[in-house]
Ligand binder design. Structure first.
Ligand SMILES: [Zn+2]
Length: 556
């Protein structure tokens, strides 16, 4: 992921459309495609009068009753969450943290009697991280709030000490950058514009005058545009890091604003070859102003991390074989990789834990399924759905035999929307499934209509939908996901909502049970594609992107 604020802002909108907030926001645009499920009104819970699939009576299906009891009365999901998020921690693709998290998954599945293994699909930049500490030494002493960026180089057990500089205004061309870069020897370089105000937009809205708001927005835009244009001559943070290394520079300081005080988005790239830390909004602004005003800020930095070169990467696949239709499949899907600022709790620890606990529930309540049940804990989603794309390429038999797949990847909230994706006749099947479930679970769910295009990115059901295999995205209530936790250093265990997670794991177990037992096959008929306004003809079906199987092939 690129770290310039301009690109970051664009990415926030493109790769992860802002998820509707609050109770009225159950509709979620299915990241990268799929139907937006517009709520009929703003209230939950739904009732049997407002949605035909909400039961008026308790469920009668004994399998559903067993799953309901296992999931609600004997839930293990918060115990698993604490083990995974606190003890194992973040799961950056290629990192040793991810490898130990995968071993934890396989070990726990094995202890439940569910066969599971790591299925390698390629290699990625290996990394062992890490802690970071930094202090301002001049013009005054202060501890600085820093976090290691993903895949950052370490400082070799030493404190690195040097001045902090910004790229000066005189850099207005590649030649001017070339003339300037030697002066960065022995220094740290700041790669983004700071925020003029680390207050949240809501405060500006409530307390600012029209004049103060306008001034802040104008000045922020000018600062950002000015600094981004200078970073272009450095070829962005990745390019700058290479040139800085050649010039004998010490490291780069990054900043990713989340719209909330105290919360940064912490990304990273294997292409950054020098020590690289994220700096909190206030401290980043402080260093930037000191540098801009020639007050010679000097810091020391210690980063404990190591770049390990290309290492094998894989998905964790768990499997309960079908007894009657073993070559037809029901899939539980969630990416397991994360960024490193926090613990990857809601992106996508919660989706992973929902699938993990649902498998435990299924093994306890439905051990001999009709169809084969597979859980895919994907790697490399954050670098472009690489794990799930590799899986569909490597397993055409599962794509062909897929009865249904269920993917979740937008945080801890209760599942509040279910979209049939581009499958025009899938809605009645999904409605049948919901109708068999207790209203305690379905009262939160708005079932959408088929969409006029497949999901094209955003999360892993897109890898299956593109191949016209029926995988569905489960949309959750946001809990302010996009500003609070998504890729931030506050994405931690405490953000998980226990009741919502228990609800979601039970829901997924029920969906999987019903899809497995379904006497009918899930229809794969496709809804007509939306028209392209330029030609007034239906858009063509998109070309399915190939998985990227080494970090060298990736530009992220
Ligand atoms: Zn995610």
């Amino acid at each position: 992921m690129k770290r310039s604020l301009v690109l970051l802002a664009a990415m926030l909108v493109i790769a992860h459309p802002i998820i509707a907030q609050g109770r009225g926001g159950g509709g979620r645009g299915g990241r990268g495609g799929g139907a937006t499920v517009a709520p009929a009104n703003n209230s939950w819970p739904l009732t049997a009068d407002s949605a035909s699939y909400i039961r008026r009576t308790p469920p009668t299906d004994p399998g559903i009753q067993r799953i309901f009891a296992e999931g609600f009365q004997r839930s293990q999901v918060m115990k698993l969450a604490q083990q995974l998020l606190d003890s194992v921690g973040p799961r950056l693709t290629g990192s040793l943290g991810m490898e130990s998290a995968q071993r934890y998954l396989v070990h726990t599945y094995t202890s439940w009697g569910i066969p599971a293994r790591i299925e390698n699909y390629g290699t990625w930049a290996g990394w062992s991280g890490g802690t970071a500490h930094a202090d301002l030494l001049f013009p005054r002493l202060r501890s600085l709030e820093v976090h290691p960026m993903g895949w950052t180089e370490g400082t070799g057990g030493q404190w690195l000490e040097g001045d902090v500089v910004i790229i000066p205004e005189s850099v207005t061309s590649p030649e001017a950058f070339n003339a300037w870069i030697p002066s960065a020897r022995g220094k740290f370089v700041m790669v983004s514009a700071p925020r003029l105000s680390c207050r949240m937009p809501r405060q500006w809205q409530e307390f600012g005058s029209e004049e103060s708001r306008a001034a802040n927005q104008r000045d922020q835009a000018a600062l950002q545009q000015g600094y981004s244009s200078r970073m272009v001559y450095a070829n962005g943070p990745n390019g700058l890091s290479t040139r800085l290394q050649e010039a004998g520079g010490l490291g780069i300081l990054s900043f990713g604003w989340s719209n909330y005080p105290g919360i940064n988005k912490v990304f990273g790239s294997p292409r950054v070859v020098v020590p690289n830390v994220d700096v909190g909004c206030e401290d980043y602004g402080l260093l930037f102003r000191l540098a801009q005003n020639n007050q010679s800020p000097r810091i020391r930095l210690l980063v404990q991390a190591e770049r390990l070169g290309e290492r094998p990467v894989g998905n964790v696949i768990a499997r309960i074989n079908g007894t009657q239709l073993p070559n037809e499949y029901v899939l539980l899907s969630a990416h397991f990789d994360s960024f490193t600022g926090g613990s990857g709790a809601t992106d996508n620890g919660t989706g992973s834990l929902v699938m993990f606990e649902a498998m435990r529930i299924l093994k306890a309540a439905y051990p001999n399924p009709k169809r084969t049940i597979i859980a895919g804990h994907w790697n490399g989603e954050e670098q472009g759905l690489n794990g799930s794309r590799a899986f569909v390429e490597d397993h055409p038999e599962i794509v062909a035999g897929l009865q249904a797949g269920f993917n979740q990847d937008n945080g801890t909230g209760r599942v509040s929307s279910l979209s049939p994706g581009p499958f025009s006749n899938a809605r009645p099947a999904l409605e049948r499934y919901l109708s068999a479930m207790p209203s305690e679970v379905t009262q939160w769910i708005r079932l959408g209509n088929a969409s006029s295009s497949p999901a094209t990115g955003g999360s892993d059901h897109a890898s299956f939908q593109c191949l016209k295999a029926p995988a569905f995205g489960l949309g959750a209530l946001s809990w302010d996901y996009s500003s609070t936790t998504w890729h931030t250093m506050r994405d931690t265990y405490d953000k998980v909502v226990p009741e919502d997670l228990r609800n979601n794991a039970t829901l997924v177990a029920m969906l999987v049970y019903l899809a497995s037992e379904d006497p009918q096959k899930m229809p794969r008929d496709l809804a007509p594609m939306a028209n392209d306004p330029a030609t007034d003809q239906p858009r063509p079906w998109p070309t399915c992107a190939r998985s990227i199987r080494t970090s060298m092939q990736s530009n992220r």
